[in-house]
Structure formats: C-alpha cells, structure tokens
Design a protein around this ligand. Structure first.
Ligand code: SF4
Ligand code: SF4
Length: 103
C-alpha cells in the first residue's frame, strides 16, 4: 500500500487510523452500541430481512423478535478510523483497515 492516512495525537505521536470496512450482519444483534459511540455519521439501523436472506437469518439461533434490525454502514466515507465501534461490539462484527492517502 502507498503511504497510509495517518493522524497525530495532541502529544505529537503519529497513529494510523483503521477505517471501518464491513459489519458481519449475520452476527449483529442490533444492540446499537456502535451507533452510540461513533463520533461520525456512519451507521444506521435497517431491517434484518432487507439485508439478509432467510437462510442467514435461520442460521443464527441467538435471534428473536427483539433482534429485528441490524446495523448498516450508510456512509463509510465519514469514518475517522477510531475503532470505537469494534471495542464496544459484543459480537465482534467489525472489520477495519488502514487506507492509502489520495494520490
Ligand atoms: S471507526 Fe470510529 S468513526 Fe469509524 S465507524 Fe467506527 S466508531 Fe465510527
Ligand atoms: S455493536 Fe455490534 S452487535 Fe451491536 S448493533 Fe453494532 S454491530 Fe450490531
């Protein structure tokens, strides 16, 4: 990868953001924790039946009627790569990656 996007802390330390790439919606329980901690406008809740097929829904036996929605990435380009969403997710749904700087 060409030079990654980096940030700088208040103390001057360089760090590499890990931007959200995907949510494993077949594991998501729709708890909303990621939505609450995200400092940007990246997520929205959507109906499970709109993003997963019936087999994927049947395969996950933790679900009941309270889990009718799953988290969705609506605006990945607003992510700042802080990884707060991953830290609070109880189902380890997120993948993140560094991204190259624009040419
Ligand atoms: S990495 Fe940070 S900014 Fe990006 S989606 Fe997760 S909580 Fe939001
Ligand atoms: S924190 Fe994890 S399980 Fe909860 S809504 Fe977000 S992705 Fe789904």
């Amino acid at each position: 990868m060409s030079k990654p996007i980096t940030g700088v802390t208040a103390g001057g330390a360089v760090w590499t953001p890990a931007f959200v790439q995907s949510i494993a919606q077949e594991r998501c329980i729709g708890c909303g924790r990621c939505f609450k901690v995200c400092p940007r406008d990246v997520f929205d809740l959507v109906d499970r039946a709109d993003v997963l097929d019936a087999d994927e829904i049947d395969d996950f036996d933790d679900l009941d009627d309270d889990n009718a929605q799953v988290m969705n990435i609506k605006n990945a380009l607003d992510c700042i790569g802080c990884e707060a969403c991953s830290r609070v997710c109880p189902k380890d749904c997120f993948t993140h990656t560094a991204l190259p700087q624009a040419a």
